[in-house]
Design a protein. Structure first.
Lengths: 450, 603
């Protein structure tokens, strides 16, 4: 059976010849009509549509968006803020930037609908520092939208006021973690907050109730407001609704970004059919399916999954449907949609050394296990690659990672531990074998990030 | 005092033991109450909770309820409500008591968590205990004995960070020892209100530093040294002077102002090495000013008085007492005439000394004066009244009114900066204190009404009397240091500094607090109580004991608020006296920590 066709909802106009990122073009394509219609409806109805849609967050955790919105403290009397997480820093992820660069008004319309639904008067788009062009585009788009009355002091003449501000990060992965982001937005070091008590829905930006959503998530909200929650829920698979942007990078013929109904395409279809298979003469070896933090999958692995009726079924890696629940059942995650492909040319110790260099560089340093563990893991893998491995290093790496995961302030702890845990578990022979091979002499500057 | 309102109590279960604690108490504190130690680094009871060290991880569970009916789900095996344990460990410092909260601290998982954090804290630590001042009072050392591996699995290079960085005149930083708990940062921001510390860089390379152009030089900087759980922050004054385990700890009171911060005096072989705060949640929490920590230096000063003198010549104590007795016999012109003898008492004297001074004054029917010392309060732990015991003089009746604020200015540094400023400049300005309150006495001397002055510890010149006025009277002086008054006095009794004796002080809250003897007095000095008892007897007053415990029986009898309290039984955290006789008085103090003036004027 050939792979299902792409279903481009969010990416409907991405790379479309003649489609520009200015307001005029957006309006020609029916832009802001959904906002106009939405603002004629009671806000609670819009929240209901999002709940019915089953939309799950596209930032990483896959948390149901409607549930997140319903947790917002609306009785405090404090203002409610909405923050758009445009930090897109998870290695392997490059979807939000296309929305921002090529279709910023889609995001702004989604933001405005979400703000209206949640009685938000101020929204912030927190964009990573490495996206200067994206920030300029957003600034211009917001100015255009504001001049046309789609945001600002009197939205569409209704008297509803809502401003959107762009805030640029300064180059730190941890600013993507929602509470680290909030601290950064407040002008402080992006030290993630302890939860409890600082759940953004209750004590977020400036200790006020705050919604943090990913760029893509809010674009889905726009679509849901358009077609209705029930219609949206029919896209994709149950509990894994809608479409999802998949960013494929690494050793495939056709890396790129694709949009599929969630769960309607398998990993194998994505790699072999959509992305054209491995490079000539190579074989796929391993895949990280949801951004660098997701646990790695080994080609040839099979998973025993429980069916609803209690029976189990065997699932090969190639047959994993790219949805939140199945990937989780296979011990990894859909995460941010960044699919990183490695073929048989890759030395897994070197690959992990690269990832560990990233995490050691990006740990905010606030809590002990992540701060010390991430650098220690990096030091071990760097040594293994450049100065000689020991047979016990694999076990040591696993032990260090085990001392991090589940014990930190924020999910970075898992993000930095999972690669090590899964690499060592699934490619243990390579970690053992490294002790017998001579250390690589090639200078690999990527590993020397720190 | 108004009784504090009863907080809501909730019952929690810690390692199988039930205890009722105020709602919101965190697990570390609740566990303490049942004798369970939850190791921790970043948590400090007086600072905000940040949960960054992860040493206090515990297992947490809540009683199970049916989501639909909300009725408890019972465990058939035990007949009790089932407990739903959260698989992920939680931090005890940020987990607050709620009804039915269950905590486990002694499980294999928690042991593993603690060992993991310990190992992580040590991988980049220099392990230089033999040359570290913190050794002996280091939390890393303490927890390593319980949760350390005893060997290292770390074979890589350790991180290199700055060593011996002066953060300010009194605080030295070794970044390699810093465990990044942020206590010092939070203290500076939250308590000292001087936001000068922060971390730079990130991950394991995070480094504590002062903000550019700033120094940690506020008058509370040494508290960061106290609360730093490791040897990262050390005191430039105490550094390398003495191993802490050799030091004897004596409870004392900070006498620099009427706040009366509770302190510990650390000494060895009669020499004081440092003063640190002692926790009192009603007075100073766990803090004290840097300036109060230097008071011990005066004790060891070279200008201490160490011999009794009569007319400038060294004498024995007995001869000096005899000479003083002669001076006290200067009779009045007529029985109804006012006394030609005046007494200058001190707000720096102890309650016991003030009590005896009052007995002496009564026996002589002499007028009494008190020297005032008023500066600017800092709103934290140094109050405007720089006398630690003005209230004591009121309580024992030595004076019946507050002394006038003087005009004679005396400059005191808020804390010494000589030793270690990087550029040699004075980083902290002198503070001006108005010393005085003796204008009536001055007028009486000028008018020839007063012929003899007994000064109990006060330098009359510093308090505003002129050399000419001093020359007009015969002075009996009790004091610790040589000054213009001791030089002019007919009789001089060298007495004891606060660290050399026992006594009590009444702070601005009317809290009676005890200080105890830390070091022996220099040879030749005599306990103030001995001298005062003898003088009172010579003046025809009642026979009183110089022993403080015996003396207290008399004091308690005359101060109703003390009831049956004895000196020995006086709580280490003090005793609030009934202040109603002085309600509505306008004292010099503005608001400080745990103190609001009656008028409620802002700090
Ligand atoms: C270390 C770390 C980095 C993250 N980086 C991002 C990011 O770059 N972009 C993003 O949208 N979410 C990121 N997240 C997830 C956010 O914390 C948050 O869950 C998300 O923005 C919520 O949006 P959603 O519900 O729409 O997915 C990160 C989380 C962690 C723990
Ligand atoms: S887990 Fe890592 S990134 Fe998150 S707060 Fe702790 S040190 Fe910072
Ligand atoms: S210097 Fe001490 S108190 Fe300050 S962060 Fe480091 S370890 Fe904590
Ligand atoms: S005491 Fe540091 S995390 Fe709780």
């Amino acid at each position: 059976m050939p792979a299902a066709a792409q279903r481009r909802i969010i990416f409907a106009h991405i790379d479309e010849p003649g489609y520009t990122n200015d307001l005029a073009c957006y309006l020609q394509h029916g832009g802001y009509a959904v906002l106009r219609r939405s603002m004629a409806r009671p806000p609670a109805e819009l929240i209901d549509e999002v709940k019915k849609s089953g939309l799950r967050g596209r930032g990483g955790a896959g948390f149901p968006c409607g549930v997140k919105w319903s947790l917002v403290d609306r009785k405090s009397g404090k203002p409610i803020y909405l923050i758009v997480n445009a930090d897109e820093s998870e290695p392997g992820t490059f979807k939000d930037r296309y929305i921002i660069h090529q279709d910023p008004h889609q995001l702004i319309e989604g933001v405005m609908i979400s703000c209206f639904a949640n009685n938000v008067k101020q929204a912030y788009i927190y964009i990573r520092g490495e996206f200067p062009e994206g920030a300029r585009i957003l600034e211009r788009a917001i100015a255009e939208a504001r001049a046309a009355g789609f945001c600002g002091p009197n939205v569409l003449g209704t008297g509803y006021a809502c401003e959107i501000y762009v805030h640029r990060g300064a180059g730190a992965y941890i600013c993507g973690e929602e509470t680290g982001l909030i601290e950064s937005l407040e002008g402080k070091r992006p030290y993630p907050r302890i939860k409890p008590p600082f759940f953004p829905a209750v004590l977020g930006l400036y200790q006020c109730p705050t919604i943090v959503n990913n760029v893509e998530t809010l674009c889905h909200v726009k679509y849901i407001a358009d077609v209705g929650g029930d219609a949206y829920a029919k896209i994709g698979t149950p509990n894994n609704t809608g479409t999802r942007l998949l960013c494929v990078s690494g050793h495939v013929q056709k890396p790129g970004y694709y949009e599929y109904e969630v769960g309607k395409i398998t990993l194998g279809e994505l790699l072999y059919e959509v992305c054209g298979g491995p490079l000539p003469g190579r074989k796929f070896k391993a895949i990280i399916p949801g951004g660098s933090s997701a646990k790695i999958l080994r080609m040839g692995e099979t998973f025993a999954l429980k069916n609803k009726d209690g029976t189990t079924r065997q699932l090969a890696v190639e047959d994993i449907p790219m949805d939140f629940d199945t990937l989780a059942a296979c011990g990894t995650m859909g995460g941010s949609g960044g699919v990183i492909v490695m073929d048989d040319s890759v030395n897994m110790v070197e690959a992990l050394a690269n990832l560990n260099a990233f995490y050691a560089h990006e740990s905010c340093g606030q809590c002990t296990p992540c701060r010390e563990g991430s650098l220690w893991m990096k030091k071990i893998t760097t040594r293994m690659v450049h100065a000689g491995a020991r047979s016990e290093d694999g076990a040591l790496l696993k032990s260090v990672a085990d001392q991090i995961a589940g014990r930190t302030i924020c999910a970075f702890g898992e993000a930095c531990a999972w690669p090590t845990q899964s690499f060592v578990a699934k490619f243990g022979d390579e970690f053992k074998g490294a002790a017998e091979t001579k250390p690589s002499t090639k200078s690999d500057h990527a590993i020397e990030l720190v | 005092m108004i009784a504090p309102s009863k907080p809501d109590l909730v019952t929690v279960n810690i390692d199988g033991r039930e205890i009722a604690v105020p709602k919101g108490t965190n697990v570390i504190e609740a566990a303490r109450l049942v004798g369970v130690d939850v190791p921790h680094y970043c948590y400090h009871p007086k600072l905000t909770v940040v949960g960054n060290c992860r040493m206090c991880l515990i297992e947490m569970g809540m009683p199970a309820v049916d989501p639909a009916t909300k009725s408890p789900i019972m465990d058939p095996a035990t007949g009790k409500q089932r407990i739903n344990w959260i698989p992920r460990p939680q931090i005890g410092c940020a987990t607050n008591a709620s009804p039915g909260l269950h905590i486990r601290t002694q499980t294999p998982q928690i042991k593993d968590c603690r060992e993991g954090v310990m190992e992580f804290l040590l991988v980049n630590h220099p392990l230089d205990c033999p040359i570290c001042d913190q050794a002996g009072e280091c939390k890393l050392q303490e927890q390593a004995t319980g949760y350390g591996r005893g060997y290292s699995r770390f074979i890589e290079q350790k991180n290199v960070k700055p060593k011996r960085t002066l953060l300010g005149p009194r605080v030295m930083l070794d970044d390699e020892r810093c465990i990044l708990c942020s206590r010092c940062i939070r203290f500076s921001k939250e308590i000292a209100k001087d936001d000068v510390l922060g971390f730079i860089d990130r991950g394991s390379f995070s480094t504590l530093t002062c903000y550019p152009g700033k120094k940690l030089e506020n008058n509370y900087s040494l508290n960061t040294v106290d609360i730093c759980p490791v040897g990262a922050l050390t005191s430039t004054d105490f550094r390398f002077k003495m191993r802490v385990w050799f030091l004897k700890q004596t409870n004392s009171i900070d006498t620099e102002s009427s706040v009366g911060a509770n302190t510990v005096v650390w000494s060895r072989e009669g020499r004081i090495y440092r003063i640190t705060p002692r926790r009192n949640d009603e007075v100073n929490d766990t803090w004290m000013a840097d300036s109060g920590r230097e008071l011990y230096k005066a004790v060891q000063a070279t200008d201490r008085l160490t011999a009794a003198k009569v007319n400038g010549a060294v004498s024995t104590l007995d001869l000096a007492l005899g000479a003083a007795a002669e001076l006290l016999k200067v009779g009045r012109i007529a029985p109804s005439a006012p006394s030609p003898i005046a007494i200058v008492g001190s707000g720096r004297s102890s309650v016991e000394e003030q009590f005896l001074t009052k007995q002496l004054a009564d026996a002589l029917q002499a007028p009494t004066h008190l020297v005032s010392r008023v500066g600017e309060g800092d709103g934290i732990l140094v109050s405007a009244d720089r006398n630690p015991n003005t209230r004591g003089a009121l309580v024992v009746g030595l004076v019946s009114d507050l002394p006038k604020v003087g005009t004679a200015l005396r400059a005191v540094r808020t804390s010494s900066t000589q030793s270690a400023t990087t550029d040699g400049s004075e980083s902290r300005p002198y503070q001006e204190i108005h010393v005085g309150g003796l204008s009536n006495l001055a007028a009486d001397i000028d008018a020839g009404k007063i012929k003899t002055v007994i000064s109990v510890g006060e330098d009359l010149t510093a308090a505003g009397l002129t050399a000419a006025q001093l020359a007009k009277v015969a002075i009996i002086y009790l004091g610790t240091h040589a000054n213009a008054t001791s030089a002019a006095a007919k009789v001089v009794f060298p007495t004891l500094a606060v660290f050399e004796k026992n006594g009590t002080l009444v702070n601005q809250q009317f809290r009676l607090q005890k200080f105890t003897k830390a070091v022996p007095a220099p040879a030749g000095a005599t306990d103030d109580l001995v001298v005062l008892v003898q003088l009172a007897a010579a003046a025809g007053g009642p026979a009183l004991p110089a022993d403080i415990h015996e003396l207290w029986k008399f004091i308690a009898a005359s101060v109703p608020a003390l009831g049956t309290m004895t000196f020995a039984n006086l709580p280490e955290t003090g005793l609030l006296l009934d202040a109603t006789p002085w309600a509505g008085w306008s004292f010099a103090e503005g608001a400080t920590l745990h103190y609001q003036p009656a008028g409620g004027s802002p700090p």
